[in-house]
Design a protein around this ligand. Structure first.
Ligand SMILES: [Zn+2]
Length: 69
């Protein structure tokens, strides 16, 4: 086993950075390895993915805050 594991804090940082930039293959594999064994970071990753989806929907104009006027 190659033992290089990042801490939860570092994984959180990568997950947040992934909103703004593409992670390197190495960074992606750190995240993937970590969330395979850490439920807390898995949940965090899923929440960020949901937020990113919502942001993309906003940018594309598929969401309207005020539809009732
Ligand atoms: Zn973790």
């Amino acid at each position: 086993m190659s033992g290089e594991m990042l801490t939860c804090r570092e994984i959180h940082r990568l997950i947040v950075e992934r909103l703004d930039r593409t992670l390197s293959t190495e960074e992606e594999s750190y995240v993937a390895q970590h969330i395979a064994t850490c439920a807390g970071c898995l949940v965090f990753c899923e929440q960020m993915a949901a937020i990113r989806k919502a942001c993309e929907a906003l940018k594309e104009g598929r969401v309207h805050w005020d539809d009732t006027k």
